[in-house]
Design a protein around this ligand. Structure first.
Ligand code: HAM
Length: 412
């Protein structure tokens, strides 16, 4: 028997309605914020991610699904920010509108060790806004992430924010960390020892116990920020306050991807366990230019859909079902039943029937399992009278309806 690749999931019909619901809410909320959907390919050139995420990042070093060809190296996309920026530049979108708001829903691929909430194929709901460095935009994007979570009926999450500052500020933060950790280097894990020289910011992200202890002891504030970046971050926080978004200032928050500058944020949930990030994002003001486009500020975030589903409250999982289940008794009624089914569907009413030869009792039980809203029964009696028996499965009410009045009755 074949098995699915470790770290991948089959989304079976019992679960797919939850996914549809999440997607429906996503599309509606993004529409309210005037975002438009973008769909980029699942494969990209590997070098796109080396360049944007950074060669020293964990994703590029260890987690890329590489597809080697004779001439090129492609990969399965590990995230979509770089792809969206690539598409933005390649399709000259900046020539028609310098300010663009994109959202996306789709699979991402990372060669990780699978565990709860950590998959090799997982799904992002994300967005990217390109063309502005306004602090009010940072607040709108963070508040949009907050709104989406509420719309998904998720509570109990924490929004942590920080500012890494501009490129010079990031260098300064690196130097501050190197100075503070120099004496403690011996206590850090092998990975952090490697990070110390080339990528000291990533030490703050280490999940290793002893490293976490050393990090917790560091006095890190906002000394690395230049005045412009300080002012920007102050305005972001003021806008978040006026939008009533609750957040925690988290000076140790850095992100695992090199493209971030300025505001960064992460949304965590205790219900997730070790992999506690529901989503994350931030500004990447240099990326558009670095990938060959204009000098434009940009910001975005992404949620992991599988993680959203792990913490969603059960009430969100109850899906209303307007299915009409038709039970026809006898050969003649069956023929008439097929015509009725056809009419219902043409009138935009979801309808189904039994193709397994079930008894009336068995078919009723199935209708119940399917959570059908109505059952329609048609047998010899009904045929003679030109009616159907309509049972409302929620109220239990049962009545005979003339066939030509059926659609009207079901629609009201
Ligand atoms: P990221 O933090 O790498 O950011 O991923 C965002 C979210 O995807 C995580 O918070 C987590 O919920 C989910 N996720 C990541 N890896 C896995 C995995 N292996 N299995 C399940 N879920 C996972 C980004 O990818 C950025 N592109 C976000 C962004 C958009 N920044 C700016 N714009």
């Amino acid at each position: 028997m074949f098995k699915r690749v470790p770290g991948t999931k089959d989304i079976l019909p019992s679960e797919s309605s939850l996914w549809q619901k999440i997607e429906e809410i996503t599309r509606n909320t993004f529409r309210l914020y005037n975002f438009q959907e973008i769909r980029t390919p699942l494969i990209e050139e590997e070098s796109l991610f080396n360049r944007s995420l950074g060669k020293a990042t964990e994703i590029v070093q260890k987690q890329m699904f590489i597809i080697k060809n004779k001439e090129d190296n492609y990969c399965l996309r590990p995230e979509a920010t770089a792809s969206v920026v690539r598409a933005y530049i390649e399709n000259n979108i900046d020539k028609t509108s310098t300010f663009s708001k994109f959202y996306y829903i789709g699979p991402m691929f990372r060669l990780e060790r699978p565990q709860k909430g950590r998959l090799r194929q997982f799904h992002h709901i994300g967005c990217e806004v390109i063309g502005s460095s306004e602090p009010a935009l940072d607040a709108e994007v963070i508040s949009l992430a907050d709104t989406l979570l509420r719309d998904f009926s998720i509570s109990g999450y924490k929004i942590k924010i920080n500012s890494l500052g501009c490129s010079l500020d990031k260098k300064r933060l690196g130097a501050i960390l190197q100075k503070a950790l120099k004496e403690k280097l011996g206590k850090l894990c092998a990975n952090c020892k490697n990070r110390f020289k080339g990528n000291p910011l990533r030490i703050l992200d280490c999940k290793n116990g002893p490293c976490r202890e050393e990090i917790a002891g560091l006095d890190i504030r906002d000394e690395h920020l230049c005045q412009d970046c300080k002012d920007h971050f102050t305005k972001v926080k003021a806008s978040l306050d006026s939008l009533n978004v609750s957040y925690e200032n988290s000076p140790r928050l850095v992100r695992g991807l090199d493209y971030y500058t300025g505001t960064v944020f992460e949304i965590s949930h205790d219900g997730l366990g070790a992999q506690d990030a529901l989503g994350a994002g931030g500004r990447y003001n240099n990326l558009v230019k670095e990938l060959g486009g204009s000098d434009l500020g940009a910001i975005g975030f992404a949620f992991g859909v599988e993680r959203l589903l792990l913490v969603q409250s059960p009430q969100a999982t109850v899906r209303s079902n307007d299915l009409v289940y038709l039970i026809s008794l006898g050969e003649e009624a069956k023929e008439e039943g097929i015509k009725i089914l056809n009419t219902l569907r043409k009138n935009n009413i979801a309808a189904d029937t039994d193709y397994e030869g079930k008894s009336l009792k068995g078919a009723m039980r199935l209708a119940n399992d399917l959570k059908a809203k109505f059952v329609l029964i048609i047998g010899e009696d009904e045929l003679k009278k030109g009616v159907v028996t309509l049972k409302n499965m929620r109220s239990g009410e049962q009545k005979e309806i003339k066939q030509d009045k059926l659609i009207e009755e079901l629609k009201c």
